[in-house]
Design a protein around this ligand. Sequence first.
Ligand SMILES: CC(C)(COP(=O)(O)OP(=O)(O)OC[C@H]1O[C@@H](n2cnc3c(N)ncnc32)[C@H](O)[C@@H]1OP(=O)(O)O)[C@@H](O)C(=O)NCCC(=O)NCCS
Length: 327
Amino acid sequence: MGIRIAGTGSYLPEKVLTNSDLEKIVETTDEWICTRTGIKERRIAEANVPTSDLAAKAAEAALAMAGIGAEQLNAMSVASITQDKIFPSTACIVQRKIKASNAFCFDLQAACSGLLYSLEVAKSILLTHPEYKYFMVIGAEKLSSIVDWQDRSTCVLFGDGAAAILLEKTEDDENCFIGSKLGSDGNYADILQIQAGGSDTPASHETVDKKMHFMKMDGQAVFKLAVNAMVGACRETMEKCGVHPSQIKWLVPHQANYRILKTVAAKLDISEENVYMNVHKFGNTSAASIGLCIDEIVRGGKIQKGEYMLLTAFGGGLTWGATLVKW
Ligand SMILES: CC(C)(COP(=O)(O)OP(=O)(O)OC[C@H]1O[C@@H](n2cnc3c(N)ncnc32)[C@H](O)[C@@H]1OP(=O)(O)O)[C@@H](O)C(=O)NCCC(=O)NCCS
């Protein structure tokens, strides 16, 4: 039995928020944002549009590419840090919206590494259950809903969007996911988090007054840990699979910041022209970012059969990982 990617899809809200728009909201400049992050603009969903709306549109695009109906899905996961509600899962709400009535659905929480974690889970479920054929993996975020729009150190970084990858089990033994390495380290749980709203610190007037429902981040600590974690996971994955950096058609890193991406590529000895980047257009979209890149690559005809994509991510938790895909 093998696994292939039968379809990809993405959805980005129409509203564009540029760096010059941000100059009017917080004390920042286009020049500061561009030189520190590479981000020029990001998409922002309307106030009444939840993450599940973005996710449903991305999933429908992936189904259309594959030419199958939602009722054929056996399973569906949504990776997100901006779930519609604490419960039920966003995946169940997406199920209702796209009418995936035969799928079992669940959310997966690994912050910006969520898509890589989800692919690992989806692949394993498909390969261990003879009766399952299609698994929809979604990464979707409405980060504008958890950003403190008065905190210039975070609000310039993030954007909204969703991406879906439809996995299909095939009769042959060709598995497009040829190797991976996932990791996490809860000792760093505090450097990237939302402090309140969960069972540790339930919502109260005080938590709202103290803005504890917004994302908080130690940017410099994240930067250093991110580079080391992604480089280590990528090296281990390539070594395990016997694939040399020169064979990688696309390094597809989580789109957090172009300086992080360039540093990772340099340490891995992968040429910058083989690093896929769209962070300038969409900012950091957390669990959606790698899927947004893959959808652009696939729809743009930028990958041919037999070529390698090395996906890599890091995020809150901390979590990180690398996944090698043979197209
Ligand atoms: C956030 C990040 C871009 C900040 O860049 P940096 O070079 O580390 O900048 P610093 O935090 O040291 O801040 C430098 C100065 O810029 C200021 N600054 C912060 N945000 C600013 C903004 N949007 N505009 C202008 N100035 C800003 C700071 O206040 C600080 O001023 P000071 O020196 O007077 O105190 C960088 O740390 C980063 O990319 N980290 C990784 C974050 C990330 O990827 N997170 C997502 C994980 S999934």
